[in-house]
Design a protein around this ligand. Sequence first.
Ligand SMILES: NC(=O)c1ccc[n+]([C@@H]2O[C@H](COP(=O)([O-])OP(=O)(O)OC[C@H]3O[C@@H](n4cnc5c(N)ncnc54)[C@H](OP(=O)(O)O)[C@@H]3O)[C@@H](O)[C@H]2O)c1
Length: 264
Amino acid sequence: MFSLQNQTAFISGASRGLGEQFALTLAKAGADLILTSRDVSALTKIKKQVEELGRRCETIALDVRSHESIVAAVAEAKQRVEKIDILVNNAGCNVRKPALDVTWDNWNLVLDTNLRGTFFLAQEVARHFMIPAGYGRIINIGSVTSVSGYAGLGPYGASRGGTKQLTMSLADDWGKYGITVNCLAPGWFKTAQNAVMYEDAEWVEYLSDRIPLKRPGNVTGGDLDGPLLFLAAEESRYMTGQIMLIDGGISTGATRATPNKKRP
Ligand SMILES: NC(=O)c1ccc[n+]([C@@H]2O[C@H](COP(=O)([O-])OP(=O)(O)OC[C@H]3O[C@@H](n4cnc5c(N)ncnc54)[C@H](OP(=O)(O)O)[C@@H]3O)[C@@H](O)[C@H]2O)c1
């Protein structure tokens, strides 16, 4: 599809789920990788897989809730690689609760990780790698909640709406340096953080019915691979500040406009 030969990508939160798949996708396209987790030992398996693909893979500890950790991780990357062409700002978390049950700490956890962490990691990578090089592809992972409201996802939706707005601001700020900033926004994908929901067959049926393509997303099946590669590649050169929704169409609204009466 798109070649990432001679490119280096930094992916936050690559220990599992979407981040793990993003690592494999970029490595298969030829990119060398810097992968992060709060616990580098959680990256052992993915590092091995990336190296088996013939790509270099550096692993670095990073907690995006700590500014100190962000600064240290990017400084460590500077010691190990000459350039970072692509940043996938993927680290994130969620707290699913009715709005009345959300605590102050729940709010801070989600917003600090998903929004503040995304901003300061982008700032640090842009400052030390992309602006001096005059080139960069920043891909902020948003969500269908960047554009739609869902009960039980107040802090998460606020963080992902913020991710979309932040993407537009950074695109305007850094376009002059040859950096594009876009938001890849997945819909509903089963991963470790939400697997328990997918054990409820009735809920999966309800969800699938609301999705125009009639199924949740499939991470390892490749539903996000092509869009990610496009945003990571040089070929997306004239696209910046945009949100790319990969959600089976659920962000269309997807409520039946006609009653589903059985015919006699
Ligand atoms: N799954 C979906 O349906 C879906 C849909 C739309 C958007 N997203 C977004 O996609 C991203 C990945 O989601 P996922 O489903 O793959 O989640 P996941 O399986 O829970 O993985 C989350 C990743 O983020 C890392 N992480 C969490 N808190 C961190 C912190 N404070 N500092 C650094 N890394 C941290 C975790 O790394 P360690 O625990 O190893 O440190 C892990 O690698 C998230 O930003 C999520 O909001 C997911």
